[in-house]
Design a protein around this ligand. Sequence first.
Ligand code: GRF
Length: 215
Amino acid sequence: MSSLTETQTLCRLVVLISGSGSNLQAIMDCCTDGTIPAKVVGVISNQAQAYGLTRARDAGIDAHCLDHRDFPSRDQYDAALMDLIERPNPDLVVLAGFMRILGHDFVGKYLGRMLNIHPSLLPLYPGLETHQRVLADGAKEHGASVHFVTPELDAGPVIIQGRTGITKNDTPQTLAQRVHHIEHQIYPQAIGWFAQGRLQLRSGKALLDNQTITA
Ligand code: GRF
């Protein structure tokens, strides 16, 4: 029996991280077991200590640190980042816990072929410390969203969301754990759709099989 990887062209992914890389791991696992027709061809972190770099190297994937503190301006950092991203000729740029705001030129270059995952039910709770803010508000549910990246932070069209109820015993830690679990399901799913050519950004809307996605 021939495997998926032998019969289909694989979508080439460059994944940007800053930390643990558990989403990167979930994506790599889905690539390896053939759940999604994609291949991680590069991993870049702006933090040398990011454990995700180790995960990538352990999997035999090219992994680089590009430290923003080595660059005098955001534009210069973004330009160097684009150079590094382009080397393995990716089809899709995957932001997986990359804790940097990207400039307009960068976002423009990858418009429609750059995804992000955010730990909230967007448009609720863009920005940082989402678990704490959700609890402080007494919200009833929480979750994660995958979206196309557009110039406004955490505001691009949503592709898929996963939800979890909030109980009175929840803490930021318990929520973070459940939301991470959700992320590890929905991010590979969205990347799989893109890799299959089913997902597009058109006229500011996310389309799956030519139908507008309403999150
Ligand atoms: C995730 O919660 C993601 O939503 C946010 O950063 C976190 C990254 O976690 N953008 P990990 O490094 O993938 O474990």
